[in-house]
Design a protein around this ligand. Structure first.
Ligand code: ATP
Ligand code: TPS
Ligand code: MG
Ligand code: MG
Ligand code: MG
Length: 329
């Protein structure tokens, strides 16, 4: 069905089913001038927003509407994970060209509701408007965190380890495959999945939050995110190239790509893994709690003034420019 037949209100009617998965904290959901939410006693409230623009963040020739819906929420839940919090609600605003098909919108929301359900997040409202050309999706996410678990970017201390979750560079390598329209080899599948459907590290973030001194999620690349922690904490960060964790898919097929795994990890972005600092004593406690350890020390925090240095494979230290993804460069 054409979107013109359905209209703005018909569209909202289609969207509003199955939006509330955890009704205890929602007094009013979709259907009024504003949603009414019931915060949990003694919890700090977190709010964050990230927008996705067609042609900048996604290309409809290689992302399905389901995947786009999923990813739009995933990148936002990742920011709540980076604060050590629990995502609770999302507000979804979409701008759609008139030529779009209603089935596209249904699939988009199926992707959104799929991830919302698995993270027990309510869709409590949004806005629907038309655009002349490109699709724009804006997500505002609301979350909660205990005051003692709140993780900011400014708590890194000299002597801390700097640590990442998961593997890095997969998403940027996956994007390269998609952009260059290379044939889909078996090994490419997990890399492409890392790009199209990143998994926000909420559960790990909750555990790390008990021990870490600062945290960030990796949207713009390791170099850029490390710089944000270094600047906010007024310290220097020393990253060790030899310690950056890579997936076997990326490592074994490194020759296949235009860039090295390290370049993808440092400057690629969209990994949506967590980068955090932690004292050496607390790192031992964290490792004990995470028996199936999916974290890796990639360097150390030193006294300083906001610089990031990289120990290259040859042992030489270089000043690392935060030349990750930057919208206006
Ligand atoms: N247009 C804006 N108006 C007000 N605040 C903004 C605006 N854009 C960004 N911010 C704020 O700037 C800070 C940094 O935002 P930024 O988007 O760089 O972080 P991020 O969401 O973690 O990264 P990314 O967008 O790459 O995932 C946040 O506090 C954010 O709320
Ligand atoms: C078609 C297409 N071209 C390029 C990219 C790469 N890209 C876009 S935004 C971004 C950083 C994160 O965004 P933000 O900082 O806005 O959160 C990256 C790495 C993509 N995903 N799709
Ligand atoms: Mg942002
Ligand atoms: Mg972030
Ligand atoms: Mg960014």
């Amino acid at each position: 069905m054409d979107i013109k037949e359905c209209g703005e209100f018909g569209l909202i009617d289609l969207i509003k089913e199955n939006c509330i998965v955890e009704p205890k904290s929602v007094a009013v959901g979709i259907g009024d001038d504003a949603a009414v939410l019931i915060p949990t006693h003694n919890m700090l409230q977190l709010v964050s927003a990230d927008m996705l623009v067609e042609g900048v963040h996604f290309d409809l020739s290689f992302i399905s509407p389901f995947q786009l819906g999923y990813k739009s929420l995933a990148v936002n839940l990742s920011d709540i994970a980076a604060m050590g919090g629990i995502p609770k609600h999302v507000v979804l605003s979409i701008a759609l060209p008139k030529k779009i098909n209603v089935d596209f919108v249904k699939e988009l929301y199926r992707g959104m509701k799929n991830i919302a359900q698995s993270f027990c997040v309510n869709i409590v409202g949004g806005d629907t408007v038309s655009t002349h050309d490109k699709i724009v999706i804006n997500v505002t996410v609301l979350g909660e965190v205990e005051p003692e678990k709140l993780q900011k970017r400014n708590g890194a201390k000299p002597g801390d380890f700097i640590v990442v979750t998961g593997t890095l560079g997969d998403s940027a390598a996956g994007l390269d495959i998609l952009l260059n329209k290379k044939d889909n080899f078996d090994f490419a599948e997990p890399l492409i999945k890392a790009h199209l459907m990143p998994f926000p590290q909420v559960e790990l973030g909750r555990i790390i939050a008990k021990y870490a001194s600062s945290m960030n999620d990796i949207s713009d690349g390791l170099a850029s995110e490390a710089k944000e922690i270094a600047l906010a904490s007024s310290v220097d960060v020393m990253l060790d190239a030899g310690k950056v964790p890579f997936s076997t898919e990326l490592l074994q097929r490194a020759n296949f790509f235009r860039k090295t795994p390290l370049e993808y990890a440092l400057f690629g972005g969209e990994d949506y893994q967590l980068l955090f600092t932690i004292s050496k004593e607390k790192y031992i406690l964290l490792q004990k709690e995470l028996s199936n350890c999916n974290i890796k020390v990639v360097g150390e925090v030193k006294q300083g003034t906001g610089n990031v240095f990289l120990k290259e494979y040859n042992g030489k230290f270089v000043n690392l420019e935060p030349k990750g993804y930057n919208h206006f460069r």
